[in-house]
Design a binder for this molecule. Structure first.
Ligand SMILES: *Cc1c(COP(=O)(O)O)cnc(C)c1O
Length: 379
């Protein structure tokens, strides 16, 4: 699905030198490289505070701890996402409230959020799925109207821009009260191990979170709140600094691949290509509204699982994100949920298939992948 080796080869000299520098320095934890990367990312995102941590799941959990959410508080999030989003809500004793998504963007449905808001609702967690933002104009308006926190799960959309209705642009993950991201190797900005970060423009929240990631310590050996141990290694920070410089060009390479896929599938009645900003179809060179963490098709009149098997037999990797809606997972099923409330997620779970998407895809690979899919879907 990704070509990490090909990408590494292009930045090898820089990465190797800076990793060796960390090893020689022995500043393995919270060394200068971590601080350097933090500053670079704050600059890139134009956000006041980046707090690095150990992984994206921790980032979400710590963000919720920092906001002071309490057991019993309800948190609304999308039914169609990776389990980490809902896992941390449940882990903190908060009550997850899963809602349906839109069939075109795969992102959380605003009307469904509106319906789910009740007296115990404290927060909304939009997930910017597959590389493009949820409707943040509407989500922020709902949050203001009902006095809710917004925690952006930005694990899949780092580098994407969100364009507000008034034309202003802002980076994904910096719009809500707090944002969380992951540097898992296959994410758009991935390190060579685990890593994550929390973003916020709120000074007080940033201070609280800096203590939480470090055992609740604000002064050495004074533990004011219950915290966690969640750190980004210096070695990973050094790798991330080298890759951050290339993040925009990585995004362009992904958009370019998406454009070629779209073109190859444009006359296929049984294949729906990803839909983004209608003005640019998500693949324009200037707005960067979609960074294609995944390139996800919907297939009709086709056995999706048989297609996936066929592609694998041809040596083409593919993925199904996500085959089971969260409200039907054993860990998160709840009698409050009514099947009729999830028509879109239930349908998507049967129709979606994600194709290889990375910065090193060439025309020959795209031609082979798309011709195999077309011939299977039309057979
Ligand atoms: C990857 C991912 C996470 C978790 O990140 P980790 O670094 O693997 O813990 C959370 N949410 C979404 C939507 C993700 O894709």
């Amino acid at each position: 699905m990704v070509d990490l080796k090909g990408q590494y080869e292009k930045i090898k000299a820089e990465v190797n030198a800076s990793v060796l520098e960390v090893i020689e320095s022995t500043a393995y934890i919270n060394g200068p490289k971590v601080h350097e990367f933090q500053k670079q990312l704050e600059n890139y995102l134009d956000v006041k505070h980046v707090i690095p941590c150990a992984n994206g799941t921790d980032a979400l959990q710590i963000a919720m701890m920092g906001l002071g959410l309490k057991p019993g508080d309800e948190v609304i999030t999308a039914d169609f996402t990776f389990a980490a989003t809902v896992e941390v809500i449940a882990l903190l004793g908060l009550t997850p409230v899963l809602v349906d998504v839109y069939p075109d963007s795969f992102n959380i449905d605003i009307e469904a959020i509106r319906k789910a808001i009740g007296p115990k609702t404290r927060a909304i967690v939009p997930v910017h799925l597959f590389g493009q933002c949820a409707n943040m104009d509407e989500i922020m308006a709902l949050a203001t109207e009902h006095d809710l926190f917004v925690i952006e799960d930005n694990a899949q959309a780092i580098g994407a821009n969100y364009t507000f209705n008034n034309g202003a642009k802002q980076k994904a993950g910096t719009i809500g009260h707090v944002g969380a991201t992951s540097f898992f190797p296959s994410k758009n900005l991935g390190c060579y191990g685990d890593g994550g970060a929390i973003f916020t423009n709120d000074d007080e929240l940033a201070h609280t979170i800096r203590g939480i990631v470090n055992h609740g310590m604000y002064k050495r050996y004074h533990h004011d709140v219950v915290g966690v141990n969640s750190r980004l290694d210096s070695i990973q920070a050094a790798i991330l600094s080298a890759k951050l410089k290339n993040l925009d060009s990585y995004g362009k390479a992904r958009q370019q691949a998406a454009r070629k896929y779209n073109k190859a599938f444009k006359d296929e009645p049984n294949i729906t290509t990803p839909v983004a900003n209608p003005d640019c179809e998500g693949i324009c060179d200037t707005c960067d509204c979609h960074v294609f963490h995944q390139y996800t098709l919907k297939v009709k009149n086709t056995d999706r699982d048989a297609l996936a098997k066929h592609l694998n037999e041809q040596g083409i990797p593919c993925g199904v994100y996500y085959p089971i809606p969260l409200h039907r997972q054993k860990a998160y099923a709840d009698e409050r949920y009514i099947e009729g409330d999830f028509p879109v997620t239930n349908a998507l779970a049967k129709e979606v298939i994600s194709l290889p998407m990375h910065t090193e895809l060439d025309d020959e690979q795209i031609e082979f992948i798309t011709s195999q899919i077309k011939s299977f879907v039309n057979s």
